[in-house]
Design a protein around this ligand. Structure first.
Ligand SMILES: [Mn+2]
Length: 404
């Protein structure tokens, strides 16, 4: 059977001030056509369907319309909520949606279930693991990894409530997810299984557009949680990548579009040919729609030369202006050449801020060194020749004047 794995659509997102509505709609059109033409039986969306808890209605319309078109050609759809989605809103009608062919799961409600899926070439066990917020887990969930600590920390007067709060505060994304997987494992019946999860698996490479899964920690989970599933379709990290595991295959599809300037890699979906015995062949398929991201750097004269960065004209642009003298209205002047310039950085200012933040204690820096580094941040190069001689004379005269 053939499966299309994608994640992190983040419908409703903007890039800087530019709405991604049209790009996301074009991706959905392309995606529906692609999975039809490639005869995929199952589509998997591994979380972060929407960019925020209260999604714009136009994003809800786009998701509904996309799923409707997939179901209309008898393609089944599996989707889970991610940390950006409001699980109780998005998955509110999951029992009714099951009847339609859209299997949508969010929150703790139906955790631990194994959904039997009848594929054209035999049975497949589905284990859906939406993002599980550790703080709102049921009390018997996310088993305390070190229960003996209770005896040490608590005293005789400790109430049950204190013990419960202490146990709750020690829960992590890993501990609740481990419990969810442990509930499901004994219920696997076929020799072939597909896990779908929204998690930060240790060893994965981050971009700049993921939101932390856990307050006050990274929220990472060990890859061994997914060991033994034929294929694990992951969401959360925005770069497509495999996570090495001993048994089975664990992979992030990444986002269909770039959502930060760190994502200058090609965007893709993953197509899996999953054999009846559970072995899988995986192919990364580039998404041919959407704007690429470009980080360009140069003087205003260089940046305004249309022949200099031709590939950046149609993309989202972060421009670093390297002129040492004051530059005004940089963004407005760059817009005619780069209509999607999102961010303009003035190198002189950035360097100056870094230089200003650098010394821990300015009094410990020798005066000539401090003057030289200021000169470098303002002019771009260290002082040499007659300039250095002049600065040296002035610094020495100043030091003498202070000492007298
Ligand atoms: Mn995401």
């Amino acid at each position: 059977m053939r499966i299309a794995h994608t994640s992190d659509w983040h419908l409703g997102r903007s890039f800087g001030e530019v709405s991604l509505r049209d790009d996301q709609a074009r991706f959905c059109d392309w995606f529906v056509d692609f999975v039809r033409e490639e005869a995929c039986e199952l589509v998997v969306i591994a979380g972060d369907i929407y960019d925020r808890a209260i999604a714009p209605t136009e994003s809800i319309d786009l998701f509904r319309d996309t799923v409707r078109r997939l179901l209309a050609t008898d393609i089944k759809v599996v989707a889970i909520t991610g940390n950006h989605d409001a699980a109780d809103r998005v998955a509110a009608y999951s029992e009714l949606l099951d009847l339609s062919g859209l299997l949508l799961r969010g929150g703790y409600d139906r955790i631990g279930e194994v959904i039997p899926f009848s594929a054209s070439d035999g049975p497949l066990d589905l284990v859906l693991l939406p993002f599980l917020h550790p703080q709102v887990a049921p009390d018997d969930f996310g088993a305390d990894p070190t229960p003996e600590d209770d005896a040490e920390q608590g005293d005789a007067a400790d109430s049950d409530v204190d013990a419960l709060l202490r146990r709750r505060s020690r829960r992590t994304h890993e501990s609740v997810l481990a419990d969810a997987v442990a509930l499901a494992r004994p219920r696997l019946t076929s020799g072939r299984s597909l896990a779908v999860a929204h998690a930060f698996v240790a060893g994965g490479q981050e971009s700049e557009s993921e939101r932390r899964l856990e307050v006050g920690g990274t929220g990472q989970v060990g890859v061994e949680l997914f060991s033994g599933f034929s294929y694990t379709a992951l969401g959360h990290l925005h770069r497509p990548q495999d996570v090495p595991v001993d048994v089975g295959r664990v992979r992030y599809s990444g986002t269909p579009l770039p959502y930060s300037f760190s994502e200058d890699h090609p965007k893709s979906i993953t197509v899996i040919d999953l054999a009846a015995d559970g072995t899988c062949a995986v192919e990364e398929v580039s998404v041919p729609v959407g704007r690429a991201v470009h980080r360009i750097s140069g003087t205003m004269e260089e940046l305004l030369d249309p022949s200099r960065f031709p590939s950046a004209h149609e993309g989202f642009v972060q421009a670093t202006v390297t002129d040492r003298e004051t530059v005004t209205d940089a963004k407005a002047r760059l817009l005619p050449v780069y209509p999607y310039v999102v961010e303009v950085r003035l190198a002189a200012l950035v360097d100056g801020q870094e230089a200003a933040a650098a010394p821990q204690n300015i009094r410990e820096v020798p005066p000539l060194e401090a003057v030289s580094s200021f000169w470098e941040s303002a002019e771009g190069t260290l002082p040499t020749g007659p300039v250095l001689e002049l600065l040296t004379d002035v610094v020495e005269a100043s030091v003498r004047a202070v000492e007298q």
